[in-house]
Ligand binder design. Structure first.
Ligand SMILES: [Fe+2]
Ligand SMILES: [Fe+2]
Length: 327
């Protein structure tokens, strides 16, 4: 796979500085940095995520007529949705230009750029990260669902995609706009992925009750001197789990030691964690035990993500702030 060399990326940055508005140019860098952070968290290539984030909106400046003309020049398929809203072509067009004019054959990066607006059922982790980073980068204006989408992006990329797409559909509906005709179909694919995980979770809970697992984890965290232990019952609020157990650790070592103790105990009990995220960085370790998700935070991350505020109350309204021209 060919990455773009430094000179090419710098050249593209210069072109973007000339063609994009200042706010769009800044947005591109913010998406790149957010994407690299998420890539590190999810164990995928940070370099690919950064470059995809940086270049995802490089053709955003073109007006509708030129967008359509360029798309034809690069032999892109133009469906009814794109004909009605040519701005939807800015991702596919950027990918085509990078591939054909700049020799980029990093398909993972090209797909992430291609799918960042309308999404696609085939999206891999990097593509999901770019789609989400586009919505959650720090410069985006606040909207009621933003904090939850940021937290979900760290917990479960498919669930975050469902939340992001539903929020976008709601937002467009409120403005009397239609999403791309494929959006509902793509959303159904992501909902299905989440449902599969939920089935697995239900299967797991047949061997041990959620309360039993919760109490064991709480005890282990207490033994490892975790602070501020709290439990959020989630029934009916999210498909992620039945309970969140949230604890604070004072150091990387303490966070990892709590995680190790729980992982070992769960393996011994025959219900090993489905996944453990964030272990090496140890700022927010997430152990997914199916019916219980254990979050081991350090102070700063616990305050920033504030899961109690996001999930302890009723489900809030969702209204993402997206460009009117984009989905
Ligand atoms: Fe975009
Ligand atoms: Fe963007």
């Amino acid at each position: 796979m060919t990455f773009l060399d430094i000179e090419t990326v710098e050249k593209l940055e210069d072109i973007m500085m000339e063609t994009l508005s200042t706010s769009r140019y800044r947005h591109c860098f913010a998406v790149a940095e957010t994407a690299a952070t998420l890539a590190y968290h999810w164990g995928v290539d940070e370099h690919t995520a950064f470059d995809a984030g940086l270049l995802h909106d490089m053709m955003h400046y073109l007006p509708d007529d030129q967008m359509l003309a360029k798309a034809q020049e690069y032999h892109l398929p133009i469906d009814a949705g794109a004909r009605a809203n040519p701005m939807l072509l800015h991702g596919p067009l950027a990918a085509a230009i990078l591939e054909q004019d700049y020799g980029c054959d990093n398909q993972q990066m090209l797909d992430a750029i291609r799918y960042h607006t309308v999404a696609n059922p085939q999206m891999d982790e990097v593509a999901k990260i770019i789609y989400l980073s586009d919505m959650i980068e720090p410069g985006r204006p606040n909207w009621p669902g933003l904090a939850k989408l940021r937290a979900l992006s760290m917990m479960d990329l498919d669930m975050a995609m469902v939340y992001a797409m539903e929020s976008t559909i709601d937002y467009l509906a409120q403005r009397g706009q239609q999403p791309h005709p494929d959006t509902e179909k793509i959303l159904a694919v992501f909902r299905d992925k989440v449902a599969q995980k939920t089935k697995w979770r239900q299967h797991m809970s047949e061997s041990r009750s959620a309360q039993e697992i919760l109490e064991q984890c709480r005890k282990l965290a207490e033994e490892k001197k975790a602070r501020d232990i709290s439990v959020i019952p989630l029934e009916g609020k999210t498909l992620i789990s039945d309970y969140f157990l949230i604890v604070t650790a004072g150091s990387n070592r303490q966070a990892q030691s709590i995680s190790d103790a729980i992982e070992l105990a769960m393996k011994e009990a025959g219900t090993p964690p489905l996944r453990i995220e964030g272990y090496s960085e140890a700022r927010w370790i997430l152990l997914d035990l199916g019916v219980v998700v254990v979050h081991i935070f350090q102070d700063e991350e616990r305050a920033y993500y504030d899961l109690e505020r996001l999930w302890a109350g009723p489900e809030g309204a969702k209204q993402p702030e997206k460009d009117a021209s984009e989905q």
